[in-house]
Design a protein around this ligand. Structure first.
Ligand code: GLN
Length: 494
């Protein structure tokens, strides 16, 4: 790793391109989709050697799509297709746990080296059908297991705002690419915080949709009852636009929900006046960084000034959330990762003498340390004799955690918390202490366990210039309300 100094904190980019601006510039002929994609690839060439957000670029696919959009723009058809092509020519990057035709898919793991998926994940296909230009695949923790991107088999990502610090994880590449203007927006996934936490560390917007809101088809599974797909963007409006494209039922994912998809971008117009905001004591307890506390309290004041009312709420089982999450997530992972056997995908160890030694050697060489730790943990909590004590108990606590939220939401419309207890830490700072890394997920894992939606929106900077995120949690399928509130927070920052 190149030597980096701690004074490398840089100012946030001032005027990043939004979806609306990119699309308009292409429709009006001020730029072309090809020129725009080229300029993003040029930024990647210039910036990524120090950030390492990208694992693969899909130049051919991007060029084909950009030319198609430019043909539509030249013929005047694009102007009339605002509804069907809301992302026409918009350069977007994809976390490498989602499959995409025309690009490798590694999930940040050696075990998938050489695997080229023959199809698009539904989320990827929907972006492409909406006209997006897909730039390539983004670095992440191996199989999305981690909070710092240091568990990628392909090397860590550096936080664009402070190169000696982590971007967060597991979707570190997705957050960093947006923060460094290497994409207008990106897709990430969030099983226990992997969209919201890196968004807060990198100073961008990260949205966790309700479980079932966005199809998981084509997502390389970590923990299927917790995994979600969602966007990273510069603005809340962009998150609303992307959710509109991504959301909706999918016959390929039986857990995708039938609920109608509202016009999320239009919902931003509604005032937040009169909304009731819950503030849970449990999320402002010991261990919370003082500057983060102050920034989130200021956010609460801003929402009050915009006409919201603030209410104390209690989420009494919060204390058990991290333990519950790490039992259930590892149990599901141990089952999901059984498919990587050297036969069906990617890597195969070649010096094996029998089928079972081929399985063993492939999995030994292909999986990294954290993934092995989780497979072992997950297998343990599911094994006869321990199942009742750990897995079943964790399922019961999950039900209690969900009930905490349902009780709170019976008298508030949304809940405001910090996204993380601390700011972006230094590369290497927590790698020797997996438990400390797990404990830092305290504010994010609860939403995954309860199935509710959440968003992290930038709400200030620390004295040393590191971004701070406020988290707004919402009722099942009520993304419109948290987007509205996050929009109000964003306005208050200007
Ligand atoms: N940091 C959490 C973990 O390591 C969450 C990861 C995620 O959301 N994919 O499991």
């Amino acid at each position: 790793m190149a030597e980096l100094k701690s004074d490398s904190i840089t100012a946030p980019h001032t005027a990043p391109l939004t979806i609306r601006a990119a699309r308009q510039a292409i429709t009006n002929g001020e730029t072309s989709a090809v020129a725009l994609a080229d300029s993003y690839y040029a930024t990647i060439a210039a910036e990524d050697p120090k950030i390492h957000a990208w694992l693969a670029l899909s130049r051919e696919r991007a060029a084909a799509q950009a030319h198609r959009i430019d043909d539509l723009a030249r013929s005047g058809e694009l102007a009339s297709q605002g509804e069907t092509l809301p992302l026409a020519g918009v350069p977007i990057g994809i976390k490498d746990v989602l499959v995409m035709q025309g690009a490798p898919a590694t999930a940040g793991s050696k075990i998938l080296e050489g695997y080229r998926p023959p199809y698009d994940a539904t989320a990827v296909a929907r972006l492409a059908a909406a006209g997006a230009v897909l730039l390539g695949k983004l670095n992440c923790d191996e199989f999305a297991m981690g909070s710092s991107n240091e568990n990628s088999a392909y090397g860590p990502v550096h936080n664009p705002r402070a190169l000696d610090r982590v971007p967060g994880g597991s979707s570190g590449g997705s957050a960093a690419a947006v923060a460094a203007n290497m994409a207008v927006a990106t897709l990430g996934t969030d099983t226990g915080g992997s969209i919201r936490q890196p968004a807060s560390f990198c100073g961008v917007v990260g949205l966790l949709p309700t479980y079932g809101r966005v199809s998981r088809y084509g997502l390389i599974a970590f923990a299927s009852s917790l995994d979600r797909v969602g966007p990273f963007t510069h603005t809340v409006e962009d998150a609303a636009i992307l959710l509109g494209v991504l959301a909706g039922p999918d016959p390929m994912d039986a857990t995708s929900a039938q609920q109608p998809v509202p016009d999320y971008a239009a919902a931003l117009e509604a005032p937040v006046k009169g909304l009731r905001i819950g503030v849970p004591d449990e999320y402002f307890a010991e261990g919370l960084d003082a500057e983060i506390r102050a920034a989130v309290e200021k956010t609460a004041d801003a929402l009050r000034a915009a006409g919201c009312t603030l209410h104390k709420v209690s989420l009494p089982h919060t204390l058990y959330a991290v333990a519950t999450y790490y039992v259930l997530a590892t149990a599901e992972a141990s089952s999901n990762l059984a498919r990587f056997d050297g036969v069906r995908y990617g890597l195969r160890a070649d010096e094996a003498t029998s089928l079972s030694s081929m399985y063993r050697k492939t999995r030994d060489q292909g999986f990294g340390k954290e993934v092995k730790r989780r497979i072992l943990l997950g297998t343990y909590v599911l094994s006869a004799g321990y199942y009742d004590a750990y897995y079943r108990k964790a399922q019961q606590v999950r039900a209690l955690l969900t009930r905490d939220f349902l009780d709170a939401f019976s008298h508030v419309d949304a809940i405001l918390t910090p996204t993380t207890p601390s700011r972006a830490f230094r590369l290497g700072e927590k790698t020797d202490d997996p438990l400390a890394m797990y404990l830092a997920d305290i504010y994010t894992v609860t939403a995954n366990l309860a199935g509710i939606c959440g968003i992290s929106v930038p709400c200030g900077n620390s004295a040393e210039g590191l971004p701070i995120g406020a988290q707004i949690l919402g009722k099942h399928f009520d993304e419109a309300t948290i987007l509205r509130l996050a929009h109000a927070v964003e306005q208050s920052q200007r």
